[in-house]
Ligand binder design. Structure first.
Ligand code: ASP
Length: 470
């Protein structure tokens, strides 16, 4: 017999069905045993009456929470007054005929019936595979799937092509520390995990792809701060021949579609999203990510905002030098009539006054993404690296591939990247991004379930020509 899901049972009234799942709750009412059986679709009530065959009834008596069972029985309308309007299957129940215990379960370290907010997060992360059984996380992960599906389809319909870029790569400066991976075949050399696919997506523009996107995993070895994860997911997007407005419009239209289709209970405060300059943001709100909601505790309202025209550089106090405000591939704004030579001169003369074609997107006071129009001329890019204090030789060693690529007919291009975990957190009304990630790490970068990071064997170290200094 084909298994059906709990939610489908009401379509089979007075028929025999087979359901499988977990024992969510068991209640004994005199001689009648009630089980709430849980599967991915819902809960359904199973009834074991005392007039069952004794072996079946005895098995039912043994059942405990979280045991995995298979039940064959007849779907019945519940007697009048016994319906449970709180669950979707509340108008029916299944009168068991046969039961199979597929696996037993030890007592769980915590309840999976509640929202879970009151349980120690360490414990939840250690037993994440149990934690995910709770309805809230089930819903968050299923929502995440819908969200990513929608993004994929929406962009594909508009001619964007999803392309995977390497994870074993060379460092791309996004301002954080790299995770590095030693090479076995070339002792002493290392790959870096991408802080973002930035250089690859720009190279795909040189390659004539014109419209690229990727649901991309990014890795940044940063110090802990509340909601950061060592690895996180971006919607990464790039296009050829864009104006800044083209990119902002695609972004806001995508959000509009997402909210309308999968989060209709939310309200976008202003559409099109307001656009303000960095200078204005600082002057008016003393922040480059102001929260425009009239009522800050309102989780229903989504106040999006584009902050544009960031300075190209910022003074790095600790290192006592200029650094890129975003990343070094960001395009400076040319003044009317200015040539590239003029811009390079201006950069070296008054770097603090150079404005960039850079924009951030802010949601309810948190930065959820950013992007820019890019430099596509090797001369300009090289001049900026030199201004940032890199020696010519080092520039070519690190970025030679990009500089060379730009000499073979590079189109003007630009893009944006959106932090999907943060956006999901806002759409689900969660207070931590860990609630929308299946297997997140702790604030200090540990995976408590897999126990990583972990030591590796002496043999592995030897193969990599590595020694651990004690
Ligand atoms: N790569 C940038 C980032 O991760 C986004 C972009 O400029 O497109 O912040």
């Amino acid at each position: 017999m084909q298994r059906i899901f709990a939610i489908e049972a009401s379509k089979h009234i007075d028929e025999q069905v087979k359901v499988c799942g977990w024992v969510s709750r068991r209640r004994d009412h005199g001689k009648v045993i009630f089980i709430d059986l849980r599967d991915k679709s819902d809960l359904v009530q199973i009834v074991f009456a005392p007039d069952l065959e004794p072996e079946v009834y005895q098995l039912a008596e043994k059942l405990r929470a979280e045991w995995v069972i298979e039940v064959i029985g007849e779907v019945k309308k519940r007697p009048k007054g016994m319906e449970n309007p709180k669950i979707a299957t509340g108008s029916i129940e299944i009168k068991a005929k046969k039961i199979k215990i597929l696996t037993q379960a030890k007592t769980l370290p915590f309840s999976v019936q509640t929202s879970g907010y009151d349980i120690s997060e360490k414990l939840r992360l250690k037993y994440r595979y149990l934690d995910i059984r709770r309805q809230r996380l089930q819903e968050n992960l299923r929502f995440r799937h819908q969200f990513i599906n929608l993004i994929r389809n929406w962009l594909s319909e508009r001619g964007f092509v999803e392309i995977e870029t390497p994870i074993l790569t060379k460092s791309t400066p996004e301002g954080a520390r790299d995770y590095i991976v030693p090479s076995r075949l070339e002792p002493g050399k290392f790959y870096a995990l991408p802080q973002s696919p930035q250089q690859y997506k720009q190279l795909l523009m040189v390659a004539g792809i014109e419209k690229y996107f990727q649901i991309a995993r990014c890795f940044r070895d940063e110090d802990t701060r509340g909601d950061r994860q060592p690895e996180f997911t971006q919607l990464d997007l790039e296009m050829d021949f864009p104006t800044q407005e083209d990119i902002l419009r695609i972004t806001e239209n995508l959000f509009k579609e997402i909210i309308e289709k999968i989060a209709p209970e939310k309200k976008i405060l202003q559409f099109p999203f307001p656009r303000i300059t960095y200078e204005e943001a600082i002057r008016k709100y003393n922040s480059d990510k102001p929260d425009l909601r009239p009522n800050k505790s309102d989780k229903k309202t989504l106040a999006f905002l584009f902050v544009c025209d960031f300075p190209l550089f910022e003074w790095k106090k600790e290192e006592r030098k200029w650094g890129p405000m975003h990343h070094p591939f960001t395009r400076p704004k040319f003044n009317p009539g200015e040539t590239m030579k003029d811009v390079i001169k201006r950069i070296n003369k008054e770097p603090e006054r150079v404005i960039a074609h850079q924009y951030d997107i802010v949601l309810n006071g948190s930065e959820i993404g950013g992007g820019s129009l890019r430099i596509h001329e090797s001369e300009l890019l090289e001049a900026i690296f030199e201004f940032l204090g890199h020696k010519k030789e080092a520039i070519h060693q690190k970025f030679g591939h990009l500089l060379e690529a730009f000499t073979y007919g590079a189109p003007p291009h630009g893009g944006i990247a959106l932090g999907l975990d943060r956006i999901l957190m806002a759409l689900r009304g969660e207070n931590s991004i860990r609630e929308v990630i299946a297997f997140p790490k702790t604030g200090d970068g540990k995976d408590l379930m897999m126990q990583s990071p972990a030591e590796v064997s002496a043999k592995q170290l030897k193969e990599l020509h590595l020694e651990i200094k004690k």
